[in-house]
Design a protein around this ligand. Structure first.
Ligand code: AMP
Ligand code: ZN
Length: 468
């Protein structure tokens, strides 16, 4: 598979460290609020990537952290503590907030057909691993203590800006000279591995450590959790594009310093979802969630299709008008599939070129919009309905649009409507028979309805029926 790699900034053949096996890591959500549909764009595209890797035969192990401690509002360790701000907003404890929004996140994922990662690890469950890693970095000379905190010393690296083409705006996050600047840092790009001198007097979660009572920095959690579950060699690390700097840059710095060898070969970054005001972000407050889309009557899978229609490296602008167009396309698609009438076996030989075409599209840097085109091509093709269903089911293992099930449900509800029409016809006939004092026919119709599982009740306003 050809996949764009942010490390090197070019498309290249994706090659895992061990043949046939992919160790994949995904930066999980910071659980101080609901995930917005921008965050979920990233998780949808990562899900498609994971499913596609499995589809082409890889044995994938996907690990995700849950950030429930250490993430400040600026990724460069300045600003407010996100979890603490969430807890204050809702007058709850940090762990209550974390628990509530972690569950909400996975409920959203389920609605969007995003598979649960193989391992999900909250940062607060890995404090010993963080301490061990920070300790090793200090012993190796890559870290220093200052003002009560432990910092990673970026000047010890030959190359710190590994991703190369960061925008000035991105870089500014790490080096900006605002009032919040931490004077303990020896270099502007140094970052906190362990805080003991928290500027938040009411910091709730703290642990004993060799450097004092405190809590981990944000970046250390992904390195330690990944090494714990994926081992020393990571094949694929994913996140939204804002994670590339400083978060992923810092992850690489500390992981490679700790391991003493290169760590992750391939970096997959999803470009942001935008709204009319620019990048969608949790701190803007009134952001869009899956529940809000549902309240407005949208099937969450319509949002999944909306994301799949565009390439993951292109900015995607959300508008209800665009979503409405996708909703129409999705409903039309499901309608069309529900009209198929598969009889007999699928012809797998006939199916092969369609599968090859689908794979060629997805192999080309996960071109999901052409992946969806492959679905339309199948529907238009001169092949049997059984083969069509076979192919759609096959593609949907990756696309996750619930194509076959949704079509089946649509068909069943259409059948149910026909049935209720039929029941009404029988009831009308029985009334007619009763009017004509044709008791034999009336009884025969009642017996037939009973056999269909229908109970009828004659009232002064007419006959009502219920399903037993
Ligand atoms: P957070 O919960 O803020 O740590 O973010 C969770 C994931 O969503 C990270 O991978 C971010 O890079 C990603 N993300 C944040 N904002 C957006 C956005 N507007 N569009 C796409 N992905 C985003
Ligand atoms: Zn991370």
């Amino acid at each position: 598979m050809i996949l764009y790699n942010t490390l090197g900034n070019k498309k290249e053949e994706f090659t895992p460290h061990f043949e046939g096996k992919v160790n994949m890591y995904t930066c999980g959500p910071t659980v101080y609020h609901y995930a917005h549909i921008g965050n979920l764009r990233t998780y949808i595209m990562e899900d498609v990537l994971e499913k596609y890797l499995r589809y082409i035969g890889y044995d994938v192990k996907r690990v995700m952290n849950i950030t429930d401690v250490g993430h400040l509002s600026s990724d460069a360790d300045t600003g407010e503590d996100k979890m603490l701000a969430g807890a204050k907003r809702e007058h709850k404890s940090v762990l209550e907030i974390a628990d509530f929004y972690t569950k909400a996140f996975f409920e959203d994922c389920k609605k969007l057909n995003i598979k649960m990662p193989d391992v999900v690890e909250p940062a607060t469950h890995c404090i010993p691993e963080f301490i061990q890693m920070v300790d090793a970095l200090l012993k190796k000379g890559y870290a220093y203590c200052a003002g009560g905190n432990v910092y990673f010393d970026t000047s010890k690296l030959n190359e710190y800006y590994v991703f190369g083409n960061q925008s000035q705006e991105d870089l500014a996050v790490g080096v900006r000279e605002d009032v919040d600047e931490d004077e303990n840092k020896r270099n502007k790009t140094d970052f906190v591995l362990w805080f003991t001198k928290s500027k938040f007097e009411d910091q709730e979660l703290k642990w004993e450590s060799p450097w004092g009572y405190g809590y981990p920095g944000w970046h250390i959690e992904c390195s330690a959790i990944s090494i714990k579950h994926n081992g020393e060699y990571l094949d694929l690390h994913c996140g939204g594009v804002d994670n590339a700097f400083p978060h992923h840059t810092n992850e690489i710095a500390q992981s490679e310093a700790y391991l003493g060898h290169s760590w992750c070969n391939h970096w997959f970054h999803v470009t942001h979802l935008l709204d009319a005001r620019g990048k969608m972000s949790k701190s803007k407050g009134d952001f869009l969630t899956v529940s809000l889309l549902e309240e407005k009557g949208y099937n969450p899978l319509v949002y999944r299709m909306f994301c799949l229609q565009s390439h993951y490296r292109k900015p995607l602008t959300f508008s209800y008008e665009n979503l409405d167009n996708t909703a129409k396309a999705y409903n039309k698609l499901i309608n069309k599939i529900s009209s198929l009438n598969p009889v007999g076996q699928a012809d797998t030989e006939e199916a092969t070129p369609f599968i090859e075409k689908f794979k060629a599209n997805m192999d080309n840097d996960l071109n999901t919009s052409l992946g969806i085109t492959a679905v339309y091509d199948v529907l238009k093709a001169e092949i049997s309905d059984a083969t069509k269903i076979y192919l759609l089911d096959n593609f949907d293992k990756v696309l996750g649009l619930d194509l076959i099930n949704a079509a089946k449900n649509l068909k069943e509800s259409a059948n149910a409507e026909v049935d209720s029409q039929k029941i009404q016809e029988l009831i009308d006939k029985r009334l007619e028979a009763k009017k004509n004092k044709d008791w034999e026919t009336a009884d025969a119709i009642r017996n037939r309805l009973t056999a269909m599982g229908i109970s009828i009740k004659d009232t002064k306003d007419g006959t009502t029926w219920t399903l037993n």
